[in-house]
Design a protein around this ligand. Sequence first.
Ligand SMILES: [Zn+2]
Length: 259
Amino acid sequence: MIDTHCHLAGPAFPDPRAVLDRARSLGVLGVVAVGSDPASNLAVLALAARHPGEVWAALGLHPERLDLGEAAFEAVEAQILGFRQDLIAVGEVGLPWYRLEGRADARDLMRAAKARLRRLLELARRLDLAVSLHAPHGAAEEALELLEAVGVERAVFHWHKGPPEVTRRIVGRGYFVSLTPEAAYRERDRELAREVPLEQLVAESDGPWAFGGEFEGRAGEPGMVARVAEAVAEVKGLPVPEVAEQLLVNSRRCFGVTP
Ligand SMILES: [Zn+2]
């Protein structure tokens, strides 16, 4: 399997080699490392260069980082263009949701975020890169409409939490939906695993995000996505190896990577 979304180049992972070895021992053979801002993007590039065939680079601008202004945005655009040959995806990008809560200027912020996302999606399409999208809850529909308008072909709704009718449209358009280790213990995510066809699911840790349930008290990391395959297998009534194999095939189709 592959972990399709992890902040592996961040300070939470001082020893990525040990993390990758633990993952490998659980059948997780590679990681898509995502960036959030110009500095973390550079760290992602350095990490991917140190682990070829095992860590792949996605550069982005985290949409909940409302503190990042136009200069940061333009720097990220320049990085994506400049490092095209070293990238497999644009991400983490998307639309804000959590940080808009309770803000009087939420509508203006959302409008500005949509304009930025459109530019990043146009770049991804032009450069033939996949997209790792942060668009939780009510933001999912707006992100889907932008993907359709721009004509992006390969995209993942990372840690998807949109309403069921939007999920059906995402699936109908051929985009991917990713499940985190929450699928092991949370009904909302198990329902998603049930609803989305196996051919359109991928797995991610979103490490170092700290999950609950059996993962309580540990930082999220790539090896945990092995539990996603087991959860999907349980929910869909399929053998674990078959599910793990299909998740790998899906990750390859979406990101064009081979461990
Ligand atoms: Zn993330």
